[in-house]
Design a protein around this ligand. Structure first.
Ligand code: ATP
Ligand code: ZN
Length: 213
């Protein structure tokens, strides 16, 4: 059988449509039947895997997938050993600290000693360590923005794009700690055959990006 590059993309979520569109714009054709976990490209030596985005770094490290498209926030948070091979320019967002609207914000030192809910404890710890701030970080996996209103935390550190989710939960964004976009990651030591396929794919992605300006 011909060697195929296994590409992991988010099954459903904020990265999915743009990831699939990018692959199609590269001239790679495939059928993605609803609910299918895996599909083969018909005109390029690649196979697509549809997975939860949070699992993609692990699958790439373990060699289940060769490359993957994820948010840079997840790539850095998971301390992935994979290589970042390309910034893709979509799914732009930021990781920000937010406080209840009524709290007067004086500066980042104010977070010292606070209880902060986040899904990104590693990124937040690193940011605070650089500023000498010690906070009580509570890792929660979803609906972070409700934590202050239910008394679980004094502040949150969460993904923001427009800020409307924060506002509707009575919070205000006060500090950006990380800027993110979709990135392509690759397993180390793919071997010459897969390296060659990846190179071809990256060349096509660059052409697509150039055409868009
Ligand atoms: P789940 O794993 O349950 O599907 P999730 O929050 O991890 O939830 P998405 O909300 O689809 O999944 O987000 C996937 C990625 O898209 C995030 O890690 C981030 O990089 C990016 N992202 C998140 N929110 C936004 C947003 N509002 N605008 C643009 N990109 C975003
Ligand atoms: Zn996710």
């Amino acid at each position: 059988m011909q060697t195929q590059l296994r590409i992991a993309v988010q099954k459903s979520g904020r990265l999915s449509d743009d990831s699939i569109q990018l692959i199609r714009e590269c001239g790679i054709k495939f059928y993605n039947g609803a609910g299918k976990l895996k599909t083969e490209a018909t005109n390029f030596p690649a196979e697509l895997l549809f997975l939860r985005d949070d699992d993609i770094p692990r699958y790439v490290e373990d060699g289940v997938a060769d490359i993957g498209i994820i948010g840079e926030n997840v790539f850095v948070e998971t301390q992935s050993q994979a290589d970042l091979v390309k910034r893709l320019g979509f799914s732009k967002c930021r990781l920000s600290l937010a406080l209840p609207k009524a709290v007067d914000y004086q500066g980042v030192q104010q977070f010292d000693g606070m209880r902060i809910a986040t899904s990104y404890p590693n990124l937040l710890n690193k940011y605070f360590a650089g500023k000498g701030i010690k906070a009580d970080i509570h890792e929660i996996s979803g609906s972070v923005e409700i934590a202050p209103s239910i008394g679980l935390a004094d502040a949150v550190c969460d993904i923001v794009s427009s800020g409307s989710t924060l506002l509707s939960n009575g919070l205000k964004e006060v500090e950006t700690i990380f800027e993110s976009e979709a990135v392509m990651i690759a397993r180390k030591e793919l071997g010459p055959l897969k390296e060659a396929i990846l190179k071809k794919l990256l060349f096509r992605i660059e052409s697509v990006q150039k055409a868009k300006g």
